[in-house]
Design a protein around this ligand. Structure first.
Ligand code: 6PG
Length: 238
């Protein structure tokens, strides 16, 4: 099920969404003394993260994790860890505890179980707030169409927090096909699941995905948008 928040301009969207994220994190801290925030990479959320980084909350009680990661080192320009350190974990948010996905190890596949254990033990579950993005190919997190590992990634009964994905190389993945991703089962349980998208191309993909009737492997975001038990708050601006 979707709850749509459509705006005429991006600044208004960012201000409204930042206030909502702040309220959700404050609520979690109030309820259980800590909060978990899971964040995506990509270019779209950078202004949201920068705005959120100034918000007055006890960031030392917030655990931040990634929705997905490319199997590259933390100083690589394609690293989501690097992106989050540069756009979110400064100003007041520098006090948050951050848990990267890229660990030592030969491959995403070899590291997946350790990362799942790290996330399971260090962050509070179900996640209080998850910020998702979407690609024009219908992927979300690193759940890419027809990827190796997608079956486990989309399995609603998968007990693991995250999984290894080997995407089919495309203009969207570039050379970064080896990834770690939160699983669909983990995303479904989030207390607040936000999908942040901008522009007309993504709007068209989103509109098609929310009434998707073909195989989900071709459009993984549709698994969330057509799941009646999950509420996705969709934030869009041109
Ligand atoms: C990533 C992501 C990914 C992203 C979409 C949208 O690592 O790239 O977490 O799922 O959210 O690809 O990316 P853009 O905002 O750059 O379009």
């Amino acid at each position: 099920m979707v709850e749509e928040h459509f705006f005429d301009d991006r600044d208004e969207l960012i201000q409204t969404l930042a206030a909502r994220c702040e309220a959700q994190l404050l609520h979690a801290i109030d309820q259980r003394g800590k909060a978990s925030l899971l964040v995506s990479g990509g270019s779209t959320p950078a202004p949201l993260y920068r705005e959120l980084s100034h918000r007055m909350l006890d960031w030392s009680r917030v655990g931040v994790g990634l929705v997905d990661e490319r199997w590259v080192n933390a100083d690589h320009s394609a690293s989501n860890e690097r992106f989050i350190r540069e756009h979110l974990l400064f100003n007041k948010a520098r006090d948050a505890a951050f848990y990267p996905m890229k660990q030592n190890g030969s491959s995403a596949q070899a590291a997946a179980a350790d990362v799942a254990e790290l996330y399971q033990s260090k962050l509070s579950w179900p996640a209080d707030l998850v910020i998702l993005g979407m690609g024009a190919d219908g992927h979300t997190a690193s759940l890419f169409p027809r990827a190796e590992g997608l079956e486990q990634g989309l399995n609603p009964d998968n007990p693991s927090v995250c999984c290894a994905i080997n995407a089919i190389r495309s203009p969207v993945t570039g050379e970064y096909t080896e990834r770690l991703s939160l699983t669909y089962a983990t995303l479904c349980r989030a207390k607040e699941l936000v999908l942040l998208i901008t522009g007309s191309e993504k709007l068209a993909v989103y509109q098609a995905a929310k009434t998707w009737q073909n195989t989900i492997d071709d459009c993984p975001i549709a698994a969330l948008l057509t799941d009646a038990k999950v509420t996705v708050s969709v934030f869009w601006a041109p």
